[in-house]
Design a protein. Structure first.
Length: 322
């Protein structure tokens, strides 16, 4: 087991270095997946820069390492210990019971323990906005979605995306595909590219990938085909400038940064109102998004925040049954 941080180079130093400093366990796909894990890494790096302190982190190579990594960090007094991704829930539940004096954080799931902070997002709200943008940008009236692992959380993205697309254009056709049913689905750009090409062959001209590292293949396929793509989690507009219409940003970086400073047991829910999700605008997609498109999306964003538009949650509202 190899810990990817200088603090772990000499285990004799670790106890003093790790004491009351955060530890992060990334999920499958690695911390440089340009998406979900990398957003967490960026939050940790910002905390490190602001505090001048070290943190511990570990990239799992297989699922059995999750619990092992958590326990080793807990034994070294790391606090809080942050599990990135819903798959960490069972490990956190187990290790948090063993170390009741330490704080734990789970991102994208809920673990009901007195020393665990559960951070979840209203992915459907951000996905609604990029779904609107996809439908407004589409010339064919056909938009696509490529998910990673077929789980309720990714269906939540898909459901929000479909609602937004249909809000902008009631006649829009939405085609969706999932990459797989195992964690390998987060890091299969080749398969992502194949799924995107199949959608383009059916007339889709804008595709949203909610698939972690797999999305890189979707964006490349969009560039090759002269179509548009939408990124996820991190702002991915820079990956294929001129191809990326926007990105559905999920502020996992803020979640990690804030919980590293102070974790509070209980459930934290981050939507548009809380700045937890949004769509990304920058120099890389400015020419692709017209003032009219942006105005329509921003009006819907304000209405969602005000409660005038209710975006159904696939996981809670019995919506978008697939």
């Amino acid at each position: 087991m190899e810990f990817h941080h200088a603090a772990f180079l000499g285990f004799g130093l670790v106890s003093s270095l790790a004491l009351a400093e955060p530890a992060i366990v990334y999920d499958m796909g690695g911390k440089f997946d340009k998406s979900f894990n990398e957003a967490a890494y960026n939050g940790a790096e910002r905390w490190k820069k602001d505090t001048g302190k070290a943190y511990l982190d570990f990239e799992i190579a297989n699922e059995a390492q999750r619990e092992q990594a958590m326990r080793r960090m807990a034994e070294r007094g790391a606090n809080p210990i942050i599990g990135v991704g819903f798959s960490q829930a069972s490990s956190i539940e187990k290790v948090a019971k063993e170390f009741p004096k330490l704080n734990f954080v789970i991102i994208d799931s809920v673990v009901k323990q007195p020393n665990v902070e559960s951070i979840v997002f209203k992915e459907q709200e951000g996905s609604f906005l990029v779904g609107m943008m996809a439908a407004l940008a589409s010339k064919s009236g056909k938009v696509g979605f490529v998910g990673g692992m077929d789980i309720p959380l990714i269906r939540k993205f898909q459901c929000g995306y479909e609602q937004g697309a249909k809000y902008a254009n009631p006649k829009v056709e939405v085609t969706a595909a999932m990459t797989g049913t195992t964690p390998a689905a987060w890091s299969d750009p080749t398969r992502g590219g194949e799924l995107a090409k199949a959608q383009f062959a059916k007339g889709v001209d804008v595709v949203f990938a909610a698939a972690g590292g797999t999305g890189v293949g979707v964006y490349q396929a969009a560039k090759d085909a002269g179509k548009l793509a939408i990124g996820v989690d991190s702002n991915q507009n820079h990956l294929q400038p001129g191809t990326m219409l926007t990105s559905m940003v999920k502020r996992v970086d803020n979640a990690v940064y804030n919980s590293s400073k102070k974790s509070a047991p209980g459930v934290t829910v981050l939507g548009l109102k809380e700045g937890g999700v949004d769509y990304a605008m920058d120099q890389y997609n400015a020419k692709l998004v017209s003032a009219d498109m942006k105005a329509k999306v921003d009006a819907a964003k304000a209405d969602i925040i005000a409660g005038k538009i209710k975006v159904a949650d696939y996981m809670a509202d019995n919506a978008c049954k697939y």
